[in-house]
Design a protein around this ligand. Structure first.
Ligand SMILES: C[S@@+](CC[C@H](N)C(=O)[O-])C[C@H]1O[C@@H](n2cnc3c(N)ncnc32)[C@H](O)[C@@H]1O
Length: 240
């Protein structure tokens, strides 16, 4: 998709500048072509890239700096997420990074319980600090965990959101199975990401894991472009 290509190129350049032209790519997001496996890189299942340590240490600090300037982006996602959350509901932000979305979710709805989960301890540490400074504990917590093995009880989440993380998941079907496990019947999942990086695997995984689920997709603007998509997955309710 042409928009995807433009956005990847744009982010790729910003990322290179950020890292002093070190070998790398935008937000760790999508492979811009040319690099082969090696040097801690591995192609992920959907043609993107997964990098060990990509979000560790100083990278996490830099990512947080950039994320802090994207308030409007996270606020919009928080609004869409919370529209699906019942009063007093439990919201999961998976692949939460330094926690900007968790903060927006917590600010927007004082009744909601919010859990952030991220694979990278450096990111979790930054998010925990931000949550602590904002005084949101214990209603809001951030845990280290893999989307494919979430540290949460089954059917304990009302709404899960995944912002700009799904294209990093090496096994999208395993992630979707796990998200469906922790969501209650009738719960919802929102995925915000590059369309071409996620669409095929996500829709196939939902169809096989939760056959009765309703999936809708809409365009989401970012960087002044219709660069991203938001998938809304509504799980079927089980009648008592
Ligand atoms: C580009 S950042 C997005 C962070 C945040 N959601 C946002 O929108 O700014 C991707 C995040 O996904 C996390 N991540 C990647 N693979 C993951 C997995 N398998 N389970 C949980 N988190 C993961 C990374 O550690 C990183 O913090």
């Amino acid at each position: 998709m042409i928009i995807d290509r433009i956005v990847h190129r744009f982010i790729h350049r910003a990322r290179r500048e950020d890292r002093g032209h070190e070998h790398g790519h935008a937000d760790g997001h999508v492979h811009d072509g040319g690099h082969e496996n090696g040097g801690g890189h591995a192609h992920d299942a959907h043609g993107g890239m997964y990098e060990e340590g990509r979000f560790a240490g100083e990278h996490a600090v830099r990512y947080e700096r950039r994320a802090r300037s994207r308030t409007r982006f996270y606020r919009g996602i928080a609004r869409d997420t919370l529209a699906l959350a019942p009063e007093g509901g439990h919201v999961l932000d998976v692949g939460t990074g330094p926690g900007q979305l968790v903060l927006e979710l917590a600010r927007a709805r004082a009744d909601a319980r919010v859990t952030g989960v991220d694979l990278e301890p450096s990111m979790v540490e930054l998010a925990q600090q931000a949550v602590h400074q904002a005084g949101h504990e214990p209603r809001v917590r951030v845990l280290v965990g893999d989307v494919a093995v979430l540290p949460l009880e089954s059917a304990s989440v009302d709404v899960a959101v995944a912002s700009m993380t799904a294209h990093h998941w090496p096994d999208v079907p395993a992630a979707v199975r796990e998200l469906v496990r922790v969501l209650r019947p009738g719960g919802s999942l929102l995925v915000v990401d590059f369309r071409s990086a996620v669409e095929e695997q996500l829709t196939a995984a939902v169809a096989s894991t939760a056959p009765g689920a309703r999936v809708t997709r809409k365009v989401r603007w970012a960087w002044g472009l219709p660069a991203l998509s938001t998938w809304r997955v509504e799980l079927p309710s089980i009648e008592p």
